[in-house]
Design a protein around this ligand. Structure first.
Ligand SMILES: [Ca+2]
Ligand SMILES: [Ca+2]
Ligand SMILES: [Ca+2]
Ligand SMILES: [Ca+2]
Length: 391
């Protein structure tokens, strides 16, 4: 039996702010959900458009799953013990950490797969790949650095792949079980940071121009990108590192498997506002799209292979009011986004028909749920027919 609790079906509202210099890619729109007074954070998205995120302050936080307009709560409130850092893969397996606020020795990894929950051991900051393999960190001790072991889970056993006297954190894994993470030294001033890659049994340091490399992201092309404090986004591939032109002082990048990157950048008067940006290569020549320009902070997020981007926003650094923004594909009946609505799309539509009534995990069929009510039925077909051009 599924243990998730269903929340009310959401009514998504369009972003209301005037977005002056915003330059969304063609065929996308931004919707908002999960607005709250008590923190909404840490969204991750898979290729089915499913989004996991955390809501509420850490001591009382819970994991939620957004799927094509519906929100389900995956964890119950457990006063004093929070959840954080969720991730989700295309199979719908969700993983997160839970534990007591400020007591990292209590933190442990929880996996939810096919309605079954399991505990995988101590740790936090889990990252899951398409095979259900994972990486995470395990707190050991701290001085001026936070000593974390970096772990690899192959679906059956957990193995430690790194231990250092520096600050190793936030490992990310791709489908080839390559694991990358940042290693900082905060015992020197200014601090310094390196990016590591574990792909052949021993961690190696990747060449970086930046002295303060941090927070890497990895994809299935074997690309690794990270933020720097001074240079913009650096991208490593096949032994070479280069700086991505135009991403000056961009931070916290997230790669999809096409090489597109969501990142954030300090904008606005006095450098007081963060905005979300998309560095896109899948549309042809690299283009930079500014996704937001308003008076709130648009911060960390994630991107999938449909170039859909999710991130969280907050009123400001000391304000817990905020929510999730989701840049999704506009639904026109074009099922594979090649710019037309033809017999190929007609075939996709026919294969996706569900009849009336919400269906979970529509996945790629969500794109022909044209009226966004969770099914693919005759109402959607009527809209499809109006748009159909034949050929
Ligand atoms: Ca098409
Ligand atoms: Ca076509
Ligand atoms: Ca319907
Ligand atoms: Ca529908």
């Amino acid at each position: 039996m599924k243990r998730m609790l269903m929340a009310a079906v959401l009514v998504s509202g369009f972003v209301r702010s005037a977005l002056g210099q915003v330059n969304l890619p063609d065929g996308f729109e931004i919707v908002e959900f999960a607005e709250s007074d008590t923190l909404t954070w840490s969204p991750r998205i898979n290729n089915c458009g499913e989004i996991v995120y955390v809501q509420d302050r850490l001591e009382n936080s819970r994991v939620y799953l957004y799927d094509n307009g519906k929100i389900a709560r995956l964890t119950e409130a457990d006063p004093g013990r929070g959840v954080f850092g969720p991730d989700i893969n295309d199979a719908g397996t969700v993983v997160w950490a839970r534990g007591l606020l400020g007591q990292p020795k209590t933190w442990e990894i929880v996996m939810l797969a096919n309605g079954q929950r399991s505990m995988l051991g101590k740790g936090d900051s889990p990252s899951i790949n398409g095979l259900g393999h994972m990486s995470w960190e395990v707190f050991q001790s701290y001085d001026c650095n936070i000593h974390n072991d970096i772990m690899y889970f192959d679906g059956a056993t957990v193995e430690r792949i790194s231990r250092s006297e520096l600050t190793d954190q936030v490992p990310q894994i791709n489908d080839d079980d390559w694991i990358t993470w940042g290693r900082q030294n905060f015992c020197v001033n200014p601090w310094v940071g390196q990016i590591l890659l574990y792909s052949e049994g021993v961690p190696v340091v990747l060449p970086a121009e930046a002295a303060q490399a941090q927070a890497p992201t990895i994809n299935n092309l074997g690309q690794i990108a990270w933020g720097t404090n001074e240079l913009g986004i650096e991208l490593w591939q096949n032994g070479q590192t280069r700086i991505l032109a135009g991403t000056d002082s961009g931070k916290n990048p997230r790669l999809n498997n096409l090489g597109d990157i969501y990142y954030i950048h300090f904008d606005g008067p006095g450098g007081t506002l963060w905005d979300g940006y998309l560095y896109r290569v899948s549309g042809g020549a690299p283009t930079i799209h500014r996704l937001t320009e308003d008076t709130v902070w648009n911060i960390d997020g994630d991107i999938n292979d449909w170039v859909e981007v999710v991130w969280h926003w907050t009123v400001g650094p000391h304000d817990e009011h905020g929510g999730i923004r989701f840049m999704r594909r506009i639904r026109t009946g074009d099922a594979e986004f090649d710019g037309d609505i033809d017999l190929v799309d007609h075939g996709a539509f026919a294969a996706c028909i569900t009849g009336p009534g919400r269906v979970d995990r529509l996945c790629d069929c969500r794109f022909v749920d044209i009226d966004c009510d969770g099914d693919v039925d005759l109402h959607d077909f009527a809209q499809f027919q109006n748009a159909f051009r034949g050929e």
